[in-house]
Design a protein around this ligand. Structure first.
Ligand SMILES: CCCCC/C=C\C/C=C\C/C=C\C/C=C\CCCC(=O)SCCNC(=O)CCNC(=O)[C@H](O)C(C)(C)COP(=O)(O)OP(=O)(O)OC[C@H]1O[C@@H](n2cnc3c(N)ncnc32)[C@H](O)[C@@H]1OP(=O)(O)O
Length: 205
């Protein structure tokens, strides 16, 4: 499930510098695809260009999904992840910081690709972001904790644009870690979350 990638920091940096800008460019492409009003012939031409680029990338590719890879020194490379994946253009991506006290938080921007209600973030995208942030918060060491139950209270619509999310562990009871968190815009909290994250049987002591 988690795979070891036997590479050093220099090689991680080289790969990040190679694939990160490609994912950024495709993110821009997604946004432009949603918002363009250019001429029909330009759109057909760009479609052909994009299809040709996809064929070139598929020239050599891995079987299946990217997986969650780790290097020997414990550096995580969840580069295909839907929330933080450096190689995943549908990931915003979130850059998550961890405080000394275990609190996790992130500032990020969600644009047109994440729309649900007009001008606002899709409720499932709010859940996606909070699930991941709370999951990271629940898994501070080398032991993964999976989402068992995630409960959300949507207090008001979340506008597209700059946002902030944070989470902290509320309590730990055996294999269950209870985490609480929020998603906010500049005016304050839009979504409250609480989750029960559980150590899977194969990772228990
Ligand atoms: C994790 C994906 C990797 C992403 C990593 C990315 C980057 C960072 C890298 C490393 C960090 C690692 C991970 C954290 C990061 C992100 C997390 C993202 C969150 C996800 O995207 S994660 C995918 C969605 N998630 C699932 O795919 C879970 C499917 N499911 C299962 O894998 C099992 O079902 C499990 C493990 C949930 C339970 O394991 P089980 O069934 O063996 O549990 P068991 O019966 O032993 O119960 C023991 C006690 O938990 C209670 N309990 C059981 N089930 C419960 C539930 N659902 N809700 C509330 N309480 C529950 C019982 O009532 C009992 O409580 P009590 O002890 O009090 O009696």
């Amino acid at each position: 499930m988690f795979t070891l990638e036997d590479i050093d920091g220099v090689e991680i940096d080289r790969r990040a510098a190679l694939y990160g800008p490609l994912a950024d460019a495709v993110r821009e492409l997604i946004d432009a695809t949603i918002r363009t009003e250019t001429d029909a012939d330009v759109i057909r031409d760009v479609e052909a260009t994009v299809r040709a680029a996809t064929t070139r990338l598929r020239d050599r590719q891995i079987d299946g999904a990217y997986g969650v890879r780790f290097t020997p020194d414990g550096t995580g490379m969840p580069w295909g992840n839907a929330v933080v994946g450096l190689r995943n253009p549908i990931a915003p991506p979130l850059d998550i910081e961890r405080d000394e006290d275990g609190r996790h938080h992130s500032r990020f921007t969600l644009g047109a690709a994440y729309e649900g209600p007009p001008g606002h973030v899709h409720g499932g995208v709010c859940a996606l972001v909070l699930d991941h942030l709370l999951g990271m918060t629940a898994s501070p060491g080398d032991k993964p904790n999976f989402t068992g139950t995630l409960t959300l209270r949507y207090r008001r619509a979340t506008p597209l644009g700059p946002l902030h999310a944070e989470a902290r562990i509320d309590r730990v009871e055996g294999v269950k870690t209870f985490v609480v968190g929020t998603l906010s815009d500049a005016e304050g909290v839009t979504v409250e979350a609480e989750g029960v994250f559980i150590t899977p049987a194969w990772a228990r002591d």
